[in-house]
Design a protein around this ligand. Structure first.
Ligand code: RIB
Length: 334
């Protein structure tokens, strides 16, 4: 079986050049990369990631936790992370928690036992349950995304959700709506309280009544949107517009409204949050608040790599600004 030394000899370069060419760990000129790849092919060389990790004491692997890949929001962020992993020669171990604390703890244990070089955490239970994920492990560089306060050292990347909630509600007000309901996310999520606070701020500034019957909690899934909307319908008081705090729930609301013979936006205007890629393909296409998901993924990867390579001691807190995307689900009232 060919070794890295055989490849180096065959290509006429050093073993470290072979390693850098294969792992993309340093710039290597194109013609040398081509010579190395030719030697790899001719000698049928298969590098051992395990041997490499033992020698260099890193795995070039990041672990990532998300709540659920079934929500395209998370899938689109992961796409950005994976793109950077590919560009930089890293592997990604992706785990879903589905909001289950046991599963979250199991996954963290597994990732740390596999000696990942760093963690990307996008699972809100960490903040809401005040978890110290490093209580039983030596800390590794970590970036927490889209989450609240944490009690362990990490960099943070946050959506400015309060501003997003404000933008969404203000847009409905500018379109002439006065009776505006809000379907928020799960009770213990920071995104829920922040987006709701933005809604309240815009309503208060416009001196509009915030009717308690027009606030319902959802679960950030289509089903939760459906149920929350049905609970608003059950009050017998119809708002003219609803700020729905994520697109998955907004899709559940639009679907349920159709079933009840309520036309969106003719009878009811809807604005969502996230701008998942499906949002522009549903009927009516969804007006929503855009989160830069792909860039959030890329930024999270780059921030983690910087934490590892620069060995800095200070932690960064990065805020991403949401923007409004105007489509067809909000009617202008006169
Ligand atoms: O769609 C999932 C939601 O949960 C997103 O809005 C994201 O910000 C998270 O908090």
């Amino acid at each position: 079986m060919a070794t890295i030394k055989d490849v180096a000899k065959h290509a006429g370069v050093s073993t470290s050049t072979v390693s850098h060419a294969l792992n993309k760990t340093r710039y290597v000129s194109t013609d040398i990369v081509e010579r190395v790849m030719k030697a790899v092919e001719e000698l049928n060389y298969a590098p051992s990631a395990l041997a490499r990790s033992l020698k260099l004491k890193n795995t070039r692997t990041f672990g990532m936790l998300v709540t659920t890949s079934a929500n395209p929001f998370f899938a689109e962020v992961v796409k950005g992370v994976e793109r950077r992993c590919y560009e930089q020669g890293y592997n990604l171990l992706l785990c879903n928690t589905e909001g289950d604390l046991d599963r979250l703890n199991f996954n963290i244990d597994m990732l740390l036992q596999k000696q990942v070089d760093g963690l990307l955490l996008m699972s809100d239970e960490i903040a809401s349950q005040n978890l110290n994920i490093f209580s039983r492990h030596k800390p590794v560089p970590t970036v927490v995304m889209d989450c609240g306060e944490t009690n362990f050292p990490c960099d943070k990347i946050q959506d400015n959700s309060r501003h997003g909630g404000y933008l969404a509600t203000q847009y409905l007000i500018n379109k002439g709506h006065r009776k505006i309901a809000c379907i928020s996310g799960p009770r213990d999520k920071q995104a829920t309280s922040e987006r709701f606070a933005g809604y309240i701020q815009a309503m208060n500034e416009a001196e509009l009544e915030v009717d308690q019957d027009w606030h319902a909690f959802g679960d950030f899934e289509c089903e939760g949107g459906k149920q929350a909307f049905e609970s608003i319908l059950a009050t017998g008081k119809m708002p003219s517009a609803i700020f729905v705090c994520n697109d998955m729930m907004a899709m559940g609301v639009i679907n349920t409204a159709n079933k009840h013979g309520i036309s969106v936006p003719e009878d009811l205007s809807i604005i969502g949050y996230d701008d998942i890629s499906l949002a522009k393909f549903i009927t009516p296409s969804l007006t929503t608040i855009h989160q830069p998901k792909f860039n959030l993924g890329r930024k999270a990867f780059d921030t983690l790599l910087d934490q590892i390579q620069s060995s800095r001691e200070n932690n960064l807190e990065i805020h991403l600004e949401p923007t409004l995307v105007e489509r067809d689900s909000v009617k202008t009232l006169n």
